[in-house]
Design a protein around this ligand. Structure first.
Ligand SMILES: C[S@@+](CC[C@H](N)C(=O)[O-])C[C@H]1O[C@@H](n2cnc3c(N)ncnc32)[C@H](O)[C@@H]1O
Length: 165
């Protein structure tokens, strides 16, 4: 058994809330994309955004190999621009891109989330004097639209549930 595995945690959260629509910011080469895609029902869908075209290509190839290409759309470019061109609601949103852009994207991500949906953000722990993450955690904790827990998994993970109103 492996502890502190964010992939397994994402899958548990996605299955637990019956996710049919998932949004991911920061595909990388597709590890978390594959983990989340595997939890979707046959009519589910996922959008994932990656600014590095080479990484997006690797992720696409892995999705094809796993048979998930019909349910997962990989958008290549800056997510801060794409987020205003897609429509919600999403059941699960996984933020795993550039930590310095997390706060900037936060309001749009909350808008795109359904009430009761989950916003998961990776790498939210302190790294020395990382004031960006301190400010983000304070903002999440104070955000009345969300109920947030901070988990010591991997590099620090926040899990926020969007309140009904
Ligand atoms: C930590 S990696 C993602 C890892 C992936 N989620 C996984 O678990 O396998 C972060 C990725 O976010 C991408 N990224 C950073 N800023 C971005 C932005 N504004 N829009 C889209 N992708 C971005 C980077 O190119 C990088 O591949």
């Amino acid at each position: 058994m492996t502890f502190a595995n964010i992939g397994a945690m994402l899958q548990t959260l996605s299955l637990g809330c019956g996710a049919r629509r998932i949004l991911e910011i920061g595909t990388g080469d597709g590890n978390s994309t594959l983990d989340l895609a595997a939890t979707l029902p046959s009519d589910g869908m996922m959008i994932t955004m990656e600014m590095d075209a080479a990484l997006a290509g690797q992720a696409r190839a892995r999705l094809v190999a796993a048979g998930h290409e019909h349910r997962v759309s990989v958008m290549v470019g800056d997510a801060t621009r794409f987020l205003h061109k897609i429509a919600g609601p999403f059941d699960v949103i996984f933020q795993d891109s550039d930590q310095h852009r997390y706060e900037h994207m936060l309001d749009r991500l909350v808008d795109l989330l359904r009430p009761g949906g989950l916003l998961v953000m990776d790498h939210v722990a302190d790294h020395g004097e990382n004031e960006t993450m301190v400010a983000l955690r304070q903002r999440l904790a104070a955000d009345s639209r969300l109920h947030t827990s901070f988990l010591q998994v991997g590099d620090g993970v926040s899990v926020s549930v969007k309140r009904a109103s």
